[in-house]
Ligand binder design. Sequence first.
Ligand code: TXE
Length: 474
Amino acid sequence: MQLGNFIGGKFCPPHSGAYIDDLNPATEEVIVRIPDSDGQDVDDAVAAAKAAFPAWSRTPAAERSRLLLKLADLIEQNLEELAQLESRDNGKTISLARRLDIPRAVANFRFFGTAILHHGSEAHPMDGVALNYTLRQPLGVAGLISPWNLPLYLLSWKIAPAVASGNTCVAKPSELTPLTANRLAELSLEAGIPAGVINIVHGYGAKAGRALTVHDDVPVISFTGGTVTGAAVATNASPRFKKISLELGGKNPNVIFADADLDDAVATTIRSSFWNQGEICLCGSRIFVERARYDEFLERFIAATKKLKIGDPLDETSDVGALISADHLRKVTGYIELAKREGGSVVCGGNRVDRRGYFVEPAIITGLGVNCRVLQEEIFGPVVTVTPFDGEEEAIAFANSTRYGLAATVWTRDLQRAHRVAAAIDSGTVWINCWLLRDLRVPFGGMRESGVGREGGFESLEFFTETKNICVKL
Ligand code: TXE
């Protein structure tokens, strides 16, 4: 079976006639073939989006809202099918796809589909001399590049605000996980979203993705993916003075003080370490535990990790599924080997599972210093390190010892310390005694090499619009 690009409301083959195999990472079998699109296909998609822009940008917000809410309803009605597609395409467990990925895509469309109704402009009267007001206008064709780890969740995080605020878009989903993007295209037609408002071009990042980032008719790029790729996107888009948002990698610290509620800290840390096989940019991968409770935490954490069931992602009872690809499996297991060479001990898991598919046991590593590569580089798999610390100052220094700054978690029952430490950690998000709770109204993004720009809430609507100051003499 072959998928097409979704351009101007129609599914079209790529100009080159070339296709890419899309594999199921749990079985290594080809599920479908997707277009290996090039610049010509991107040109077509951008032209379709550009043609749809004048009418869509003039469509009343209430009507745009109605269509996006209809799309949200359709995603919800097809939740089970979408969860199955996501699980087969990505290797994630069906239970997580059902609980996290697809409901969050519904929430994204509902949130931005209603936020647009409440988003206004500001006026600044100049003491009877003049009146300034700020007009917000959509930018045109938005280029949206998304990764494979939360395919529909992150694609909808971009499409929903872009389109809600009156832009049209060309989305380039990851070549590793095209299935739910394709289904979203079909549902957008069913919802009645006009042809050309949402366009989807499949293919490799270096070809189709790059063509989008350098396209003269695409004034805004929203990218989520790895830091190295983010740098390439910035290099290509910046000389063209595009508006760019980059949501990149992380090496998130999880700081557990001795006074923490350890039952909760262990249970939550299991999720923050191994949900989605550790393939969530917000997963905590460096766990720091105050020395007085280090042994106790480690023992309980290892025991809980050993109870996780690794297996067929479509099995309701599986806790850990397959990694996304053979390349990624090599990367992840390479870091487990590196940990040993750096002097660490793999105290739990870390072996490839003896079955077809890209499965690796969740791994816990101890005995490494904060400057080792394993604690510095993003692994993006089910691999965490556990390190003891002494006192608040050292905890903060350890947390801040990487080039990243995406998310952090702090566990303590001391209210003042919780706030002090949260403020001192260089991170776009800090969770206190919890993980992954997200109110869609809050700004989201990373510091340092975890990214540039903030999305979420009205900030996303602002990102996808340009302000114009209009000054009227009174
Ligand atoms: O993602 P890429 P990859 C991290 C994680 C992972 C590493 C690499 O550490 O191991 O990144 O993953 C498109 N111009 N994260 O290689 O390359 C690509 O086709 C324009 C963190 O799988 O970042 C895909 O659609 N686009 C992360 C998207 O960029 C390009 C999520 C992301 O792919 C491009 C995923 C180019 N030159 C990986 N090259 C997170 N922060 O959530 C690639 N792409």
